[in-house]
Ligand binder design. Sequence first.
Ligand code: ADP
Length: 540
Amino acid sequence: MMKTPLLISRILQHGSTVHGDSEVATWTGEGARRTSYAEVGRQAARLAHALRGLGVTGDERVGTLMWNNAEHLIAYLAVPSMGAVLHTLNLRLFPEQLIYIANHAEDRVVIVDSTLIPLLAGVLPHLSTIRHIVVVGGGDTSKLVKDGVEVHAWDEILQGRPDTFDWPEVDEDDAAALCYTSGTTGNPKGVAYSHRSIYLHSMEVCMAESFGLGPQMRNLVIVPMFHAMAWGLPYAALMSGAQLVMPDRFLQAAPLARMIEVEKPSFAGAVPTIFTDLLAYLDANPTDVSSLQEVVIGGSACPPALMHAYAERYDIQVIHAWGMTEMSPLGSIARAPFGVDGPEAWAYRYTQGRVPAGVEARIVGPTGEAMPSDGKAVGELEVRGPWITAQYIGEDGPDPDKFDNGWLRTGDVGTLTPNGYLTLTDRAKDVIKSGGEWISSVDLENALMAHPAVLEACVVGVPDDKWGERPLATVVLKEGAAADAETLREFLLTKVARWQLPERWSFIEAVPKTSVGKFDKKRVRSDYAGGSLEVVQING
Ligand code: ADP
């Protein structure tokens, strides 16, 4: 067989010619601005020429501080295709972390949306490797001042450049993109994706068992392009011809609902909290969302109640998926096996799903011993495969805390069935250790979020004199709804064992979220420890 390197430039060339008519729509707040994949290809060539003009050579890093929009897509394609490395900067990190990752990756250029200039200006004095800033969209750049750093306008540096580029034949194992984990503990850790890993992962994303992308689909990419490469959707779209609807900075429920009504996506991907908010909005503000057929929800456990609500009230099927930045990120997708449908299918769809070919998974016990895939044995999940990182960047070798002889230790705890269904009960660090038993915080959360008065529930383990640790339930009630701790405890009794019922309850305005929209359990624990939560104690 021919040895053809698996390169991003091939995805770009394919998408911009074979699927040249496919569209990227970027939401502007009022409507959408539109461009075609053919034009994206031409713009990518212009950007590559412009970046070469700024001196970007070899595997130099080009950072992006951007929302999901057409220009970000162009950077996604141009930067790796020219042999440089794309570094997606998470705009929701704390400034110190943003500074840390930009310096750690040694970003030479940062492409920034003009709406994010204030954010960049705030950290710029501490960015030690940056030489050029490229600003997308007009705006006041007077705050972007630093010795040795030049500021350019996107339109100006692309103008007049050739609309083709002689894409270099780099090694498929070379780095194409960098993404840092959101660093819930310690500094973020960097993962370098290769051209090959992105290519193979994109093919998997397109497969029917996964997201099933194809030219007939219109994808609303809500998951940020700075969060685990937007789950591979941008590259998979160019590969498959699926169209893209990009929300830019309009990520609240009201504009998302309007976007769905007007742009009629058939598919979307986001973390659970976005769809929880959207559901509350749709229930209160009827909107035509009938174009939407499937939404992939992952990033944290998707409450079954949310899946049912969308299926029953809006005829939208939620597909649960699991993954990690370290895994490019797709790790598993929950579709019922062939021939199983109707009510029986739900038991499969609640799980985190099955790993695709290319990902191997196993469960190991506390001393690293392999445990049976019998759907019962609980242990830490380990994975390996061609789109899973073998180590973090800048480290001398695989860190034994995170890698186990060629396997990635996910830090997730759960079970595997003989036919490959993965059920995660918790992150190892969030499991509640009560006496000799483990309580799954996720089970309690899912059970609570099935109560009609509950919008969100976040459960964490807190110190307890008698049991070591006990669950604390923090609950956000739906607008206008009422329920007290006793009522919710009674409700939980129908779903979990009595000994697991939380004694400590706190009703809060909103669950604190991490930079990628997950429940920030570390913050909830420290709020409790610091005494800033009002807690009701019920001894059952
Ligand atoms: P970060 O580690 O920065 O939060 P990631 O998105 O890489 O960012 O997080 C990966 C982790 O998110 C997984 O290890 C797992 O704990 C959690 N996760 C992702 N998807 C799911 C899911 N469907 N169910 C439960 N947990 C999930």
